[in-house]
Design a protein around this ligand. Structure first.
Ligand code: COA
Length: 329
């Protein structure tokens, strides 16, 4: 059997919509305030897509930047994987729309649905294709326009989420010489599916006038239950990845931007400070599948991914799902 091909992250990109929505905006429509939102979540503002902007539009911006940074063109891609829970359409996938818009004429394309763990799930899928010799250049995107699925009558959920997209181009490590994926981990516990879900619009509860009126097509969240799960998963994934490495080898942790308090509580459990952790939740809120790649791109542009050091991606969310990636930058 041929040996596995080592895979690297050749380039990253990100895009957030122009419209900035501050916490004050919610004060106009709900019984909430800036102080509560900042204290309980760390979020100060988030981005909402324009009316004529959908998830594939966000994807294309992020993808073009990632391709430029990887030094390749779209027609060199073998595969495009989009992670999203807010696709343009129920059918077909968002990935095929991106494939067409980019002119990726030689690429296959599909979506993955793993909510906030979507990007790491797509990253592992792309890595596996290259490692097995089934593809050489894979574009992986995490993108959401969750503003379309928020229940603006529910103050416990709508203040958390935002829109955005992040992308990464994968290729054999021998060709790009950076960001080698050393280890991946994925997990799921579907018994918690009701903690974060959109009950309507699928085969379980098809759309009717009544389901629309009852907000069944919007995100329903049990925040407190998710909170505990997120702290536990974030800390256990980091511990698992670092068990074979010295603490000095760690360059940066890029966690899913779920809630500032969740990140702090997980670091507390690990006896770590936030010095080596990228946090940008104050600017974008929780952008689900876009959260990790947007933060990773920010880390790259700020030179926080140090060559030779470890970068740990960790994500967790609806499903329940979780996953992590250990990278030698
Ligand atoms: N403004 C003001 N008060 C609010 C509020 C808001 N936006 N949202 C909730 N509250 C109130 C609640 O009604 C409750 O009031 P009560 O005590 O009178 O009943 C009180 O604040 C505490 O609510 P609770 O749900 O316990 O707050 P919390 O500290 O757990 O914070 C979340 C709520 C949602 C911010 C937090 O649980 C969270 O971030 N969870 C993770 C959610 C997530 O992002 N999941 C998705 C993927 S992992």
């Amino acid at each position: 059997m041929a040996s596995r091909i080592r895979v690297g992250i050749a380039g990253t990109g990100a895009y957030v919509p122009e419209r900035v929505v501050s916490n004050d905006w919610f004060e106009e429509i709900l019984d909430t305030n800036d102080e509560w939102i900042v204290q309980r979540t760390g979020i100060r503002e988030r981005r909402f897509a324009a009316e004529d902007e959908a998830t594939s539009d966000l994807c294309v911006h992020a993808a073009e930047e990632a391709l430029r940074n990887a030094g390749i063109t779209a027609d060199e891609l073998d595969l495009i994987i989009v992670a999203t829970i807010s696709p343009d359409f129920q059918l077909p996938s968002t990935a095929v729309l991106v494939q067409d818009r980019l002119g990726a004429t030689k690429a296959g394309a599909f979506d993955v649905v793993a909510a906030c763990s979507g990007f790491v799930t797509a990253l592992h899928t792309g890595e596996a294709f290259i490692a097995a010799g089934r593809a050489r250049r894979v574009l992986v995107i995490g993108a959401e326009t969750l503003s379309r699925f928020l229940n603006f009558e529910d103050r416990g959920s709508c203040i958390i989420f935002g829109d955005g997209a992040g992308a990464a181009v994968l290729m054999p490590h021998g060709e790009c010489g950076q960001g080698e994926i050393l280890r991946t981990s994925l997990g799921a516990d579907g018994s918690g599916y009701e903690f974060i879900h959109m009950p309507g619009g699928g085969t379980r509860l098809p759309a009717t006038v009544e389901t629309v009126q009852a907000n069944k097509h919007k995100i329903a969240l049990k925040g407190r239950e998710t909170f505990k799960f997120a702290v536990q998963r974030m800390s256990s994934l980091i511990r698992e990845f670092m068990e074979d490495h010295e603490p000095e080898e760690l360059g940066l942790i890029v966690p899913h931007q779920v809630n500032r308090r969740i990140i702090d509580a997980a670091l507390d459990r690990l006896d770590m400070t936030d010095e080596k952790v990228l946090v940008n939740i104050q600017k974008y809120g929780n952008t689900s599948a876009a959260s990790v790649p947007v933060a990773l791109h920010e880390a790259v542009t700020q030179d926080r991914c140090i060559p030779g050091k470890l970068v740990v991606l960790v994500a967790f969310g609806a499903g329940l799902t979780w996953g992590g990636t250990l990278i030698r930058w």
